[in-house]
Design a protein around this ligand. Structure first.
Ligand SMILES: [Zn+2]
Length: 150
């Protein structure tokens, strides 16, 4: 358990649990950051902190310290994320499901391409595409390995 943060990219600022994406529902406490909370959540991700800092932050949160990022940090986050995270409505459910089905049945590459194109201008779409691309890619990898082994 010494490498708790290996492969993860964000720490829940409520409970210190690790997760792959800062905007995700926390598996530890069920908290999902929204609006201002997304800015704070981003500050506790590898987009902002390096691995060591993230580990330190995690330890502080786990000992009960409540994060209170300053105005400056929040501004950094706001600039990095852009007001667009709030204004970008993201993909409608039907398109999301379509993307999921395509990624599962055809190739997750579809989602990766969408993520790449949306990552600068449509952060919510990019986030959704990434959230589909990563697990479907891993699933494909696991299934591929199982087929090889079996
Ligand atoms: Zn949590």
């Amino acid at each position: 358990m010494q490498n708790q943060l290996a492969g993860t990219e964000a720490v829940c600022f409520r409970c210190g649990a690790t997760r792959a994406l800062y905007g995700e529902v926390c598996a530890g406490c069920g908290f999902q950051p929204r609006d201002e909370g997304l800015l704070v959540a981003w500050l506790f991700s590898s987009d902002y902190l390096d691995g060591e800092q993230l580990k330190e932050a995690q330890q502080r949160i786990e000992t009960g310290e409540q994060p209170s990022p300053g105005v400056q940090s929040l501004q950094v986050a706001r600039r990095a994320l852009g007001a667009t995270l709030q204004t970008d409505p993201g993909l409608p459910l039907a398109q999301l499901l379509g993307l999921l089905v395509l990624s599962l049945l055809l190739t997750p590459l579809v989602s990766w391409v969408l993520w790449w194109h949306a990552r600068l201008s449509q952060p919510r779409v990019a986030f959704q595409a990434f959230a589909i691309a990563l697990p479907t890619s891993l699933l494909g990898l696991v299934v591929g390995l199982l087929l090889k082994l079996g």
